[in-house]
Design a protein around this ligand. Structure first.
Ligand code: GAR
Length: 195
């Protein structure tokens, strides 16, 4: 099997990253995780990946004169890993249109809401404030508009009486860990493409 080479971009804990790493251990999984890059050197997920002998890199945008310079180096790192697909997993940096178009159809993101509801930040708090009874998460293609690319898979989670931001986030995260590996499988097998 010709497995697709995948890089994961993170900024923090890396639990979705770990879900992808675990999925890729299955012999029939169509992708392998070849590198993890963080824009924060202290991201716990970076150390977690390094402990599993996965190539890692950290690149702080503040070290570069512009977003374009930062993204040019990011591209060079991805090219050095011969990456086919980029997975954003809690990567909390907005990427330029130029970068997203370069990776169009080959870059996906996990977002903690049922898109198109609650693009951006604080999704769980906003769902609770609205009195939503259903919440969830979405894996989608990354396009220039923030959280606007075509959805690939989503999962609903119920909002329960007495939920806090934390309990709702925890329930949603469990669903994220289920659908992200499934969505990457679909992309790596060529079963979906950016419309
Ligand atoms: C996840 O809940 C992910 O959906 C969210 O950040 C968390 C990262 O957790 N992403 C976004 O909010 C992107 N806008 P993780 O580092 O444990 O995967």
């Amino acid at each position: 099997m010709n497995r697709k080479r995948v890089a994961i971009l993170i900024s923090g804990r890396g639990s979705n990253m770990q879900a992808l790493i675990e999925a890729a251990k299955a012999p029939d999984y169509p992708a392998e995780i070849v590198g993890v890059l963080s824009n924060r050197a202290a991201a716990p997920g970076l150390a977690l990946a390094a402990r599993q002998a996965i190539a890692t890199a950290s690149l702080a945008q503040s070290q570069f004169p512009s977003r374009e310079d930062f993204e040019d180096v990011l591209t060079r790192v991805l090219e050095s890993w011969e990456v086919d697909i980029v997975c954003l997993a809690g990567f909390m940096r907005i990427l330029s249109a130029r970068f997203t178009l370069r990776w169009a159809g080959r870059m996906i993101n996990i977002h903690p809401s049922l898109l198109p509801r609650y693009k951006g930040l604080d999704t769980h708090a906003r769902a609770l404030a609205d009195g939503a009874t259903v919440h969830g998460c979405t894996v989608h293609f990354v396009t220039p508009g923030l959280d606007e690319g075509a959805p690939i898979l989503s999962a609903q989670v119920p909002v329960l009486h007495g939920d806090s931001v934390q309990t709702l986030a925890d329930r949603t995260l469990a669903a994220e860990h289920r659908i992200y590996p499934e969505a990457l499988r679909l992309l790596a097998e060529g079963k979906i493409s950016l419309p």
